[in-house]
Design a protein around this ligand. Sequence first.
Ligand code: GLY
Length: 591
Amino acid sequence: MKTQWAARPAYVYPFQTGDQRNKPSIHSQIGLIFSFRILFYWFVILLVSLPSNGSAGKRGAVAAGHELAAQAGINALDRGGNAVDAAVAIGLTLGVVDGFNSGTGGGCFMLIRTPRGELVALDGRETAPERAHRDMYLRDGQAVSDLSQKGALAVGVPGALATFDTALRRYGKLKLADLLLPAAEIAESGFPVNQTFYGRVASVVQTLREFPEIQSVYLDAKLNPFQVGDTFVQPQLAESYRLIASDGISAFYNGPIAVSLAEWMRDHGGILTQSDMARYQTKFRTPVRSMYREFEIAGFPPPSSGGIHVAQILKILEFFDIPSMDRHSAEWIHLVIEAMKRAFADRAFWLGDSDYANVPLGLISDNYAKSLAEDIDPSQASKVTRHGTPPHADKALFGSHTTHYSAADQEGYWVACTATVNTTLGSKVMIPGRGIVLNNEMDDFSAQPGKANFFGLLGSEANAVQPGKRPLSSMSPTLVLKSGEPVLSVGAAGGPTIISQTLVHLLLILDFGLGVEEALAHPRFHHQWKPDRVVLEASWPSSVVQALKNKGHEVHVVNQIGAAQAVQRMSQSQTFKGASDPRINGSSMQW
Ligand code: GLY
């Protein structure tokens, strides 16, 4: 049974035959390095890295994981666009400057609030190809992680571009070409490699050396990563963006880019075909809406698990007096992680694409939250051995490395968008001659019961591979409303920690009254049920680590968790404030 959560079809892209006009150009940096454009981009980066603390925008704000992307968002607003145009400009630019996280070869979830108060969830998640099947990653009865994490079989049908196009047609003011062409300029002229870029490419350099197409773009002549300060150019990607700008997204889904992709798949043992590409549809879904104290939380429904579990954890925590607690204390962290454990145990069992699996509405019911809250001992870590059973679990059902960006404008458009190719540079497959990195989102399916994915997440039959199904996600783009008016757009990157980060930021902002910059800088923690351990950022004092151990928690300390972006509207001044995670080279700008 599918309820109001089931997807509504959006666009079916008409078939169009291939167009071979645009031949890929040869990757070349020489001669470009000293161009005026490069100097211009350096200048923009210098300008936008100046501190924006204290300033607030009367007309809007954006926050993104790279300064050139944030600038593209502001440029879209300057050209008469709204927050939807700004978000799409950011997404397309991130595909150029932050391609290890997201791009047209990946997917996204875009949550939009319109000035009329409509809330819509655009599902641009990748989809399993028609020839995908439940046991496709098993060899000799065992799931083989490499098969779902790199190469041909790892790739789901990409959905980000279709979703950007849908968002613009329905809610934007600018044309896709208006936003693609400036991003193509950056791809062609290049931009300076920063520390984040270098580190991410270096972390996968061995695997990149297995894939000639991607190594010819992302590695230097000696097959090493480009160094910080080098200029990174992508002429093939620039050509692809320009081709899509002139011919529309059918160039990608039904035209020459789909042909290049399908040919590569055919020659490399893949199953993704041209008809899989032609069949892709962005799905319109109904956001998960719930109340947390006086705030309405709008989250993303399945195939995201984020909206449900952020809401579920908040509902459990409503039974405790969180605002009176010390946000630096082990007592607070303990309660939140006990709630997280229970939610993640439910995620592993109940969650999957709700067009294929029965996801109970009762997961976010007050009664179920109360029963889980009553099970929490404030003084002691508890063993959560299995998932719970929400009320009417068989009848009342939900009808479904990464980057997050937020945008808002004075007209009343608000956007929270999380986009991904999954792990760093996705499958490592680049469409030959097209410069487009393909995702490895198939790893977000449950390859086999009991077999953890890249992020250590377990899944059940609800998230087993099926043709046309969308893999379960943790991406949690979230909008918060107070008395019907939007006040916050927030979300994060970083696998399952996306849920914890989004949740903790909501608590810090809504319960403890922190501003967005302060909230994003606050130390983070995470628990995903299995493995049964708390992950703490190293910035927590040792006294907190010890207090959590005393309560019976196993504690695992890491340097940092994830990356988040947010835009807030200040109630006093009615101005907008963006914040980008201090852990990455992101940027927020006010307008
Ligand atoms: N690829 C990570 C997620 O969607 O949760």
